[in-house]
Write a protein that binds this ligand. Structure first.
Ligand code: CU
Length: 190
């Protein structure tokens, strides 16, 4: 669409602009002028106007990829940013581990309701689990443990049964890889 408008602008500038410029210049210079300097300036402005129109039309054409280039980094940066909040969506949660990384770093469960976490460890011969704390025990030593999932050695799956938790923003990690595998655990009205 933008490309079409831009190319029709170019055609307009060339097909319409050049004859108009020639006619204007001819009208000026057909009779002898006393203030030659002033009319020369007017002629230059007319020619510059045509050139400017053509340049603007071509710049509009070239500007189209620039617009998409500025839009492109946005989804990249938002997807690489760590998740800090999410909303509960039922009582059947899922979490997958691949290459010592949780597939989702924000889990959410409804408040005051027992729920399950289908835990899928896709790392062959590596052991992982999900351990939910009131806050990060690395920065809050003695943080209350709310649920400690059994260790699972891959490749294997296990469904954790978790009892009701009060609303709050908590923390979860893998006990084996606590510095690499962790996330936010939200309990909210579902
Ligand atoms: Cu782990």
């Amino acid at each position: 669409m933008l490309g079409l408008i831009s190319s029709s602008s170019v055609v307009l500038a060339i097909v319409g602009g050049i004859p108009v410029t020639v006619v204007l210049l001819a009208a000026i210079w057909v009779r002898p002028r006393r203030a030659k300097a002033a009319w020369a300036l007017v002629s230059i402005l007319i020619v510059a106007g045509l050139a400017g129109g053509v340049v603007a039309a071509f710049a509009g054409n070239g500007g189209t990829p620039v617009v998409s280039a500025t839009e492109a980094p946005l989804p990249v940066s938002s997807s690489s940013a760590p998740e800090t909040t999410c909303l509960p969506n039922g009582t059947a949660l899922t979490e997958t581990v691949h290459n010592i990384h949780f597939s989702t770093t924000c889990l959410a469960a409804p408040a005051g309701t027992a729920f399950t976490i289908a835990f899928d460890n896709q790392d062959p011969s590596l052991t992982h689990n999900i351990h939910i704390f009131a806050s990060d025990p690395a920065t809050h030593p003695g943080a209350a443990s709310l649920f400690a999932g059994d260790l699972v050695t891959g490749v294997a799956t296990k469904t954790y049964q978790v009892g009701p938790l009060p609303a709050g923003t908590y923390f979860f990690h893998c006990d084996v890889h606590s510095t690499q595998m962790f996330g936010v655990f939200i309990v909210a009205a579902g």
